[in-house]
Design a protein around this ligand. Structure first.
Ligand code: NOJ
Ligand code: NOJ
Length: 460
């Protein structure tokens, strides 16, 4: 019996390892393609150096703009690229791109615009303002930009660079943080540019920016700034508590729908997951987070016909009531998105890391549905009885499966990327064909970030 068990375990272990290699290989290949396509959307020839296209699409939809939120997330990837390689040529290439991006960001920080400040969501790639009607202001972009800029400043300083670009990087950081410290409690449009009010996503990235600022200015002895950001961060933290709906054990996306759109009856939205991933202050094993994510995933699994295909994992979209089809509003409903599906991949891999770090799996009732696919009945009854899973082998088995599931989510979007591995914004919920803005820069950036969470030390 013992022998039988051993040989069973060996076979069982060998198979997934082989499967893992090809899984990883596919993700690595797409990682390089995503880098190439992402970089191709930076500094277009008819724009200023450092401008970043949301997508090269100029018609149906016109995404030929520098969107502050998208661009800041892409800058984050450029900084990761810079810090993750020792190759001097590649490092220099990234530094050139980053310098250009800082110059462009300084220009648009000063461009007069209809939001009358840093809350303007998008600019022309020439640095000129976009003066048509739009959901403005939006307060998440400057926060993400501050975080990416501080990451860069810290990386450069650790390599001995001082007073980078004659203080322009520092000025960029200060202006963004001062703006956030002043405006975090004001109503603005959400990440999806539809609801005017106060939003979890925006609050989470603002909180991260302020606390990054506390660390950065604290380390540089600027106590006035440090204290100011700290005070605002503490107040913001209290507001963020209010997004936790204790009755439903969920995180809600919007605290105040100031103009009463009543759009999100479900109170479910992938933006809360993005907020946790981009905000980096809430532990990913949070009960309310995992319960919200699993409830939403289950909804999308049944809602999008494409998900009835058993060849792939659940393609997820923005939120149940979504009707944006990539060009306009269609009563037929929304579609799965690349960025939200990549976020699920990232979550699984970050959760694997978190559990590994803690060395155990603690019982939390809201987590059980999310974790079910990774637990055997014995594990499940341990958790259900209110005990932790502590046996290193059991913990390892769960984390290995979580990481593999993360990679499988990436394989899922690769499946819809076609032969060239290109990603648009959406995937048609019936046909599986790509839809909306072509070559969406953020679709590539989110693939890169998720790959880095699932495969360690991926250099570009
Ligand atoms: C374009 C925005 O970018 C998108 O997020 C939104 O759903 C539509 N406009 C409709 O407001
Ligand atoms: C629509 C998305 O809703 C928004 O978040 C994004 O910034 C723009 N498209 C540009 O990609």
């Amino acid at each position: 019996m013992r022998f039988f068990l051993n040989s069973f375990i060996t076979t069982f272990l060998v198979v997934p390892l082989v499967a893992c290699a090809t899984q990883e290989e596919k993700v690595r290949q797409q990682f390089s393609l995503a880098q190439t396509y992402m970089l191709a959307n930076i500094s277009p020839s008819n724009g200023l150096p450092g401008s970043i296209l949301a997508s090269p699409s100029i018609w149906e939809p016109n995404y030929y703009f520098h969107w502050v939120r998208d661009a800041a997330l892409i800058t984050h990837v450029l900084v990761d690229n810079y810090t993750s390689t020792q190759d001097v040529l590649k490092k220099n290439l990234m530094l050139t791109r980053l310098k250009e991006s800082i110059s462009f960001d300084r220009i648009i920080q000063k461009t007069e615009n209809l939001s009358r400040g840093l809350g303007e969501p998008k600019f022309m790639v020439t640095g000129l303002p976009f003066n048509d009607a739009w959901g403005r202001p939006q307060y998440d972009g400057p926060a993400i930009r501050a975080t990416s800029s501080i990451m860069l400043a810290e990386a450069l300083e650790s390599e001995g660079h001082k007073n980078f670009m004659n203080g322009e990087l520092l000025a960029l950081i200060q202006d963004d943080l001062d703006f956030i410290a002043l405006n975090w409690s004001s109503d603005g449009y959400d990440i999806w540019e539809e609801i005017y009010g106060l939003h979890f996503y925006t609050g989470m990235v603002q909180y991260r920016a302020l606390t990054d600022g506390v660390r950065y200015f604290g380390a540089h002895g600027d106590l006035a700034r440090k204290n100011h950001y700290q005070q605002e961060a503490q107040k913001l933290a209290q507001t963020l508590e209010r997004y936790f709906d204790k009755n439903r054990n969920r995180i809600i996306p919007t605290l105040r729908d100031a103009r009463g759109t009543g759009l999100k009856v479900s109170d479910l939205d992938s933006s809360i997951l993005l907020g946790v991933l981009h905000g980096n202050s809430l532990s990913v094993d949070n009960d309310a987070l995992l319960n919200s994510v699993e409830t939403l995933r289950e909804f999308f699994a049944g809602f999008y016909p494409i998900n009835s295909n058993s060849n792939h994992l659940t393609l997820t979209g923005r939120y149940p009531e979504d009707v944006y089809d990539g060009i306009g509003m269609q009563s037929t409903g929304g579609n799965p998105w690349f960025i939200t599906t990549h976020a699920l991949a990232e979550l699984h891999c970050q959760l694997a890391d978190e559990i590994t770090k803690k060395g155990k799996l603690e019982p939390k009732p809201g987590m059980n549905a999310f974790l079910k696919p990774f637990l055997n009945t014995q594990h499940m009854s341990v958790l259900e009885a209110g005990n932790a899973i502590v046996d290193p082998q059991d913990v390892h088995s769960v984390t290995t499966q979580l990481r593999s599931r993360g990679l499988e989510y990436l394989e899922t979007t690769i499946l819809f990327g076609g032969k060239e591995g290109r990603f648009s914004e959406q995937i048609n919920r019936k046909t599986g064909l790509q839809q909306g803005a072509k070559d969406l820069t953020w679709s590539y950036a989110s693939f890169i970030t998720a790959s880095r969470a699932c495969i360690k030390n991926l250099s570009f």
